[in-house]
Write a protein that binds this ligand. Sequence first.
Ligand code: ZN
Length: 109
Amino acid sequence: MSTERNNKTMPAICNEGCNKQFEVNGFQTARLPGAIEKTYFTCPHCKHEYVAFYTDMEVRELQAKIRRVQTKLQNPRVDQTEALKQVKDIQAQIKAGMDRVRTVVEGGL
Ligand SMILES: [Zn+2]
């Protein structure tokens, strides 16, 4: 369960729905079968849903792992080059994982 909050707003255009502009202020999450979580936002005008990404247990573990490595970057006694390399590696794994889960969900399996 994620307790993260994203309070930043970002402008978006509802290009798959009503074509109006709106502010995205935070993402919503929905639980899907198979312990998959969908992170998404909706257009306030027409309620069209835009999926940011999907995660499963494996991806969420990687997200927890990357946060631990990122805290190392604030520690001057840690090898920064090595920590940065780890962050990059985990980022790539997270991206691959999100793509994998999206294929499963949107492929209708
Ligand atoms: Zn819309």
